[in-house]
Design a protein around this ligand. Structure first.
Ligand SMILES: [Zn+2]
Length: 318
Protein backbone atom coordinates (compact mmCIF):
# COMPACT_ATOMS: atom_id res chain seq x y z
CA UNK A 1 0.00 0.00 0.00
CA UNK A 2 1.26 3.42 -0.88
CA UNK A 3 2.37 5.60 2.01
CA UNK A 4 0.18 8.39 3.32
CA UNK A 5 -1.93 8.24 0.23
CA UNK A 6 -5.49 9.14 -0.63
CA UNK A 7 -8.17 6.46 -0.68
CA UNK A 8 -11.41 5.81 -2.48
CA UNK A 9 -13.88 2.93 -2.24
CA UNK A 10 -12.99 -0.39 -3.85
CA UNK A 11 -16.48 -0.63 -5.33
CA UNK A 12 -19.70 1.32 -5.33
CA UNK A 13 -22.30 0.85 -2.58
CA UNK A 14 -26.04 1.46 -2.78
CA UNK A 15 -28.08 2.92 0.05
CA UNK A 16 -31.81 3.57 0.31
CA UNK A 17 -33.81 5.21 3.08
CA UNK A 18 -36.07 8.04 4.17
CA UNK A 19 -34.99 11.69 4.32
CA UNK A 20 -35.34 12.93 7.90
CA UNK A 21 -36.77 16.32 6.97
CA UNK A 22 -38.46 15.69 3.62
CA UNK A 23 -39.87 12.29 4.63
CA UNK A 24 -39.24 11.08 1.07
CA UNK A 25 -37.67 7.78 0.02
CA UNK A 26 -34.17 8.39 -1.34
CA UNK A 27 -31.83 6.14 -3.33
CA UNK A 28 -28.13 6.84 -3.24
CA UNK A 29 -25.03 5.26 -4.79
CA UNK A 30 -21.61 6.02 -3.32
CA UNK A 31 -19.06 5.49 -6.10
CA UNK A 32 -15.25 5.38 -6.25
CA UNK A 33 -13.69 8.58 -7.65
CA UNK A 34 -10.25 9.55 -9.00
CA UNK A 35 -7.50 10.94 -6.77
CA UNK A 36 -7.76 14.65 -5.89
CA UNK A 37 -11.45 14.56 -6.79
CA UNK A 38 -12.69 15.14 -3.25
CA UNK A 39 -16.26 14.37 -2.22
CA UNK A 40 -18.99 15.41 -4.67
CA UNK A 41 -22.74 14.85 -4.79
CA UNK A 42 -24.59 14.42 -8.07
CA UNK A 43 -28.34 14.95 -8.20
CA UNK A 44 -29.72 12.58 -10.83
CA UNK A 45 -33.40 12.55 -9.97
CA UNK A 46 -34.80 15.28 -12.16
CA UNK A 47 -33.45 14.98 -15.68
CA UNK A 48 -30.61 17.48 -15.75
CA UNK A 49 -27.65 16.22 -13.77
CA UNK A 50 -25.93 18.59 -11.38
CA UNK A 51 -22.61 18.02 -9.59
CA UNK A 52 -22.41 19.68 -6.20
CA UNK A 53 -18.92 19.57 -4.63
CA UNK A 54 -19.14 18.94 -0.87
CA UNK A 55 -17.30 22.07 0.19
CA UNK A 56 -17.92 24.63 2.93
CA UNK A 57 -18.35 27.37 0.33
CA UNK A 58 -21.33 25.51 -1.20
CA UNK A 59 -23.21 25.40 2.13
CA UNK A 60 -26.41 27.34 1.65
CA UNK A 61 -28.54 26.33 4.64
CA UNK A 62 -27.63 25.34 8.19
CA UNK A 63 -30.94 25.18 10.03
CA UNK A 64 -31.24 21.70 11.67
CA UNK A 65 -28.95 20.12 9.08
CA UNK A 66 -26.24 21.07 6.62
CA UNK A 67 -27.39 21.69 3.04
CA UNK A 68 -25.09 22.31 0.08
CA UNK A 69 -26.19 23.69 -3.25
CA UNK A 70 -25.14 25.27 -6.51
CA UNK A 71 -26.90 27.62 -8.88
CA UNK A 72 -27.69 26.02 -12.25
CA UNK A 73 -29.57 27.17 -15.32
CA UNK A 74 -32.49 25.20 -13.87
CA UNK A 75 -32.31 27.07 -10.57
CA UNK A 76 -30.76 26.07 -7.25
CA UNK A 77 -29.81 22.37 -6.90
CA UNK A 78 -29.29 21.25 -3.32
CA UNK A 79 -28.60 18.21 -1.16
CA UNK A 80 -29.59 18.32 2.52
CA UNK A 81 -28.53 16.50 5.67
CA UNK A 82 -25.12 15.57 4.30
CA UNK A 83 -23.27 15.79 7.63
CA UNK A 84 -23.61 12.19 8.89
CA UNK A 85 -22.47 10.77 5.55
CA UNK A 86 -19.59 13.26 5.42
CA UNK A 87 -18.57 12.18 8.93
CA UNK A 88 -18.66 8.51 7.88
CA UNK A 89 -16.47 9.25 4.84
CA UNK A 90 -14.05 11.11 7.08
CA UNK A 91 -14.06 8.45 9.78
CA UNK A 92 -13.38 5.60 7.38
CA UNK A 93 -10.67 7.49 5.51
CA UNK A 94 -12.39 8.08 2.16
CA UNK A 95 -10.81 11.06 0.38
CA UNK A 96 -12.53 10.72 -2.99
CA UNK A 97 -16.09 9.67 -3.75
CA UNK A 98 -18.96 10.56 -6.06
CA UNK A 99 -22.36 10.27 -4.43
CA UNK A 100 -25.21 9.94 -6.89
CA UNK A 101 -28.49 10.77 -5.24
CA UNK A 102 -32.09 10.52 -6.46
CA UNK A 103 -33.50 13.30 -4.34
CA UNK A 104 -32.80 16.42 -2.32
CA UNK A 105 -31.83 14.79 0.98
CA UNK A 106 -29.42 12.09 2.16
CA UNK A 107 -31.35 9.19 3.75
CA UNK A 108 -31.39 9.42 7.53
CA UNK A 109 -30.88 5.68 8.16
CA UNK A 110 -30.87 5.28 11.97
CA UNK A 111 -29.94 8.93 12.61
CA UNK A 112 -26.24 8.13 13.04
CA UNK A 113 -23.23 7.61 10.74
CA UNK A 114 -22.89 3.89 11.53
CA UNK A 115 -24.95 2.45 8.62
CA UNK A 116 -22.96 4.49 6.05
CA UNK A 117 -19.71 3.63 7.81
CA UNK A 118 -20.30 -0.11 7.95
CA UNK A 119 -21.56 -0.50 4.37
CA UNK A 120 -18.55 1.42 3.03
CA UNK A 121 -16.16 -0.48 5.30
CA UNK A 122 -17.55 -3.72 3.92
CA UNK A 123 -16.91 -2.50 0.34
CA UNK A 124 -13.31 -1.75 1.31
CA UNK A 125 -10.89 1.04 0.46
CA UNK A 126 -8.52 1.35 -2.48
CA UNK A 127 -5.26 3.34 -2.07
CA UNK A 128 -4.50 5.95 -4.72
CA UNK A 129 -1.24 7.49 -5.93
CA UNK A 130 -1.65 11.08 -4.70
CA UNK A 131 -0.52 11.85 -1.15
CA UNK A 132 -3.23 12.76 1.32
CA UNK A 133 -3.16 16.44 2.20
CA UNK A 134 -3.92 18.03 5.55
CA UNK A 135 -5.00 21.46 6.63
CA UNK A 136 -2.48 22.30 9.34
CA UNK A 137 -3.66 24.98 11.72
CA UNK A 138 -0.98 27.59 12.45
CA UNK A 139 -2.92 30.15 14.47
CA UNK A 140 -5.98 30.12 16.72
CA UNK A 141 -9.20 31.22 15.04
CA UNK A 142 -12.32 31.67 17.14
CA UNK A 143 -15.90 32.64 16.45
CA UNK A 144 -19.02 33.00 18.58
CA UNK A 145 -22.71 33.70 18.22
CA UNK A 146 -24.64 34.50 21.41
CA UNK A 147 -23.62 31.87 24.00
CA UNK A 148 -22.25 29.44 21.41
CA UNK A 149 -18.56 29.46 20.58
CA UNK A 150 -16.03 27.47 18.63
CA UNK A 151 -12.30 27.80 18.05
CA UNK A 152 -9.54 25.95 16.26
CA UNK A 153 -5.88 26.04 17.27
CA UNK A 154 -2.59 24.34 16.31
CA UNK A 155 -2.10 20.67 17.28
CA UNK A 156 -0.27 17.66 15.83
CA UNK A 157 -3.45 15.58 15.52
CA UNK A 158 -7.14 16.22 15.02
CA UNK A 159 -8.47 16.81 18.52
CA UNK A 160 -11.99 17.74 19.61
CA UNK A 161 -13.18 19.17 22.91
CA UNK A 162 -16.97 19.59 22.73
CA UNK A 163 -19.32 20.72 25.49
CA UNK A 164 -23.09 20.95 25.40
CA UNK A 165 -25.42 22.39 28.03
CA UNK A 166 -29.15 21.76 27.69
CA UNK A 167 -31.82 22.83 30.12
CA UNK A 168 -33.13 19.28 30.46
CA UNK A 169 -32.35 16.88 33.30
CA UNK A 170 -31.55 14.05 30.87
CA UNK A 171 -28.76 15.97 29.12
CA UNK A 172 -27.56 19.00 31.10
CA UNK A 173 -23.77 19.41 30.72
CA UNK A 174 -21.92 16.79 28.67
CA UNK A 175 -18.33 17.04 27.44
CA UNK A 176 -16.41 14.85 25.01
CA UNK A 177 -12.65 15.22 24.59
CA UNK A 178 -10.65 12.98 22.29
CA UNK A 179 -8.15 12.64 19.54
CA UNK A 180 -10.26 11.72 16.53
CA UNK A 181 -8.96 8.83 14.47
CA UNK A 182 -10.65 5.91 12.70
CA UNK A 183 -10.73 3.74 15.81
CA UNK A 184 -12.21 6.47 17.98
CA UNK A 185 -14.75 7.33 15.31
CA UNK A 186 -15.89 3.74 14.85
CA UNK A 187 -16.09 2.92 18.56
CA UNK A 188 -17.26 6.12 20.17
CA UNK A 189 -18.89 8.42 17.62
CA UNK A 190 -20.33 6.68 14.53
CA UNK A 191 -23.32 5.13 16.38
CA UNK A 192 -24.45 8.28 18.19
CA UNK A 193 -27.87 9.32 16.86
CA UNK A 194 -29.41 12.67 16.15
CA UNK A 195 -31.84 13.84 18.84
CA UNK A 196 -34.74 16.17 19.39
CA UNK A 197 -37.25 17.22 22.01
CA UNK A 198 -40.81 16.00 21.77
CA UNK A 199 -42.21 19.53 22.19
CA UNK A 200 -40.21 20.66 19.16
CA UNK A 201 -41.51 17.97 16.82
CA UNK A 202 -44.85 19.63 16.09
CA UNK A 203 -43.19 22.98 15.45
CA UNK A 204 -40.66 21.36 13.12
CA UNK A 205 -43.31 19.48 11.16
CA UNK A 206 -45.33 22.68 10.73
CA UNK A 207 -42.24 24.29 9.23
CA UNK A 208 -41.55 21.45 6.84
CA UNK A 209 -38.89 19.63 8.85
CA UNK A 210 -38.68 16.21 10.50
CA UNK A 211 -41.42 14.79 8.24
CA UNK A 212 -39.47 11.54 8.06
CA UNK A 213 -38.47 11.68 11.73
CA UNK A 214 -39.43 8.77 13.96
CA UNK A 215 -38.05 6.74 16.83
CA UNK A 216 -36.34 4.67 14.11
CA UNK A 217 -33.98 7.46 13.13
CA UNK A 218 -33.73 9.85 16.09
CA UNK A 219 -33.58 9.91 19.85
CA UNK A 220 -36.70 11.72 21.02
CA UNK A 221 -36.59 13.28 24.47
CA UNK A 222 -39.82 13.69 26.41
CA UNK A 223 -40.30 15.45 29.73
CA UNK A 224 -39.45 12.36 31.75
CA UNK A 225 -36.90 10.65 29.57
CA UNK A 226 -36.08 9.12 26.21
CA UNK A 227 -39.11 7.82 24.28
CA UNK A 228 -37.10 5.22 22.37
CA UNK A 229 -37.85 1.79 23.80
CA UNK A 230 -34.26 0.58 23.83
CA UNK A 231 -32.90 3.76 25.43
CA UNK A 232 -29.58 5.37 24.63
CA UNK A 233 -26.57 3.82 22.91
CA UNK A 234 -24.16 5.76 25.15
CA UNK A 235 -24.96 7.62 28.40
CA UNK A 236 -23.61 10.75 26.69
CA UNK A 237 -24.95 9.96 23.20
CA UNK A 238 -26.05 13.59 22.76
CA UNK A 239 -22.62 15.19 22.92
CA UNK A 240 -21.15 12.34 20.85
CA UNK A 241 -23.68 13.10 18.12
CA UNK A 242 -22.70 16.76 18.24
CA UNK A 243 -19.08 15.68 17.69
CA UNK A 244 -20.27 13.55 14.74
CA UNK A 245 -21.99 16.61 13.22
CA UNK A 246 -18.86 18.70 13.78
CA UNK A 247 -16.63 16.14 12.05
CA UNK A 248 -18.98 15.99 9.05
CA UNK A 249 -19.26 19.77 8.81
CA UNK A 250 -15.50 20.31 9.07
CA UNK A 251 -14.81 17.70 6.38
CA UNK A 252 -16.38 20.24 4.02
CA UNK A 253 -13.00 22.00 4.22
CA UNK A 254 -11.96 19.32 1.73
CA UNK A 255 -9.10 18.05 3.87
CA UNK A 256 -8.42 16.45 7.22
CA UNK A 257 -7.37 18.85 9.95
CA UNK A 258 -4.26 18.97 12.10
CA UNK A 259 -5.58 21.10 14.90
CA UNK A 260 -7.66 21.18 18.05
CA UNK A 261 -11.28 22.24 17.91
CA UNK A 262 -12.87 23.52 21.10
CA UNK A 263 -16.63 23.95 21.00
CA UNK A 264 -19.24 25.16 23.44
CA UNK A 265 -22.78 24.46 22.21
CA UNK A 266 -21.93 24.94 18.52
CA UNK A 267 -24.08 23.66 15.66
CA UNK A 268 -24.09 23.61 11.87
CA UNK A 269 -24.29 27.41 11.50
CA UNK A 270 -21.26 28.06 13.68
CA UNK A 271 -19.32 25.16 12.14
CA UNK A 272 -19.78 26.67 8.69
CA UNK A 273 -18.93 30.16 9.96
CA UNK A 274 -15.68 28.77 11.40
CA UNK A 275 -14.67 27.19 8.09
CA UNK A 276 -15.22 30.50 6.27
CA UNK A 277 -13.33 32.48 8.92
CA UNK A 278 -10.44 29.98 8.97
CA UNK A 279 -9.93 29.93 5.20
CA UNK A 280 -10.22 33.75 5.03
CA UNK A 281 -7.33 34.07 7.48
CA UNK A 282 -4.58 32.87 5.17
CA UNK A 283 -1.88 32.97 7.86
CA UNK A 284 -3.92 30.63 10.09
CA UNK A 285 -3.34 27.45 8.07
CA UNK A 286 -1.20 25.74 5.51
CA UNK A 287 -1.68 22.66 3.36
CA UNK A 288 0.77 19.85 4.09
CA UNK A 289 1.31 16.33 2.81
CA UNK A 290 1.60 13.32 5.08
CA UNK A 291 4.11 10.55 4.73
CA UNK A 292 4.95 7.48 6.77
CA UNK A 293 3.47 4.03 7.11
CA UNK A 294 -0.28 3.74 7.20
CA UNK A 295 -1.18 0.44 8.84
CA UNK A 296 -4.90 1.12 8.48
CA UNK A 297 -6.52 3.63 6.21
CA UNK A 298 -7.53 6.43 8.49
CA UNK A 299 -6.69 9.68 10.04
CA UNK A 300 -3.55 9.07 12.08
CA UNK A 301 -0.68 11.22 10.91
CA UNK A 302 2.80 10.03 11.92
CA UNK A 303 4.67 13.03 10.56
CA UNK A 304 4.52 15.86 8.12
CA UNK A 305 6.72 15.95 5.06
CA UNK A 306 6.51 19.33 3.50
CA UNK A 307 4.37 22.28 2.78
CA UNK A 308 2.36 21.97 -0.41
CA UNK A 309 1.82 25.05 -2.49
CA UNK A 310 -1.80 25.33 -3.49
CA UNK A 311 -3.78 28.46 -4.16
CA UNK A 312 -6.94 27.23 -2.47
CA UNK A 313 -7.56 24.29 -0.16
CA UNK A 314 -10.63 23.01 -1.91
CA UNK A 315 -10.39 20.41 -4.66
CA UNK A 316 -12.46 20.94 -7.74
CA UNK A 317 -14.33 18.02 -9.28
CA UNK A 318 -12.51 16.22 -12.07
ZN1 LIG B 1 -26.58 15.23 13.19
Amino acid sequence: MAKGCQHTLKKEVKVAGIGLHTGEKVYMTIKPAPQDFGICFKRIDDGKEAIIPATYSNVCFTQLCTTIGIQTSEGMKTVSTIEHLMAALFGLGVDNALIEIHGPEVPSMDGSAAPFYSIMKKAGLRPQNSPRKFLKIKKRVAISIDDKEISIEPANHFLVDFEIDFDHSLIEKQRFISKINSKCFERHIARARTFGFLHEVEYLRKNGFARGGSLENAVVIGENGVLNGDGLRFPDEFVRHKVLDLIGDLYLLGYRILGKVVSKKSGHTLHNALTHELIAQKDAWELVEAHGKWPIPGIFVPSIKEKVEMPHPIPSPA
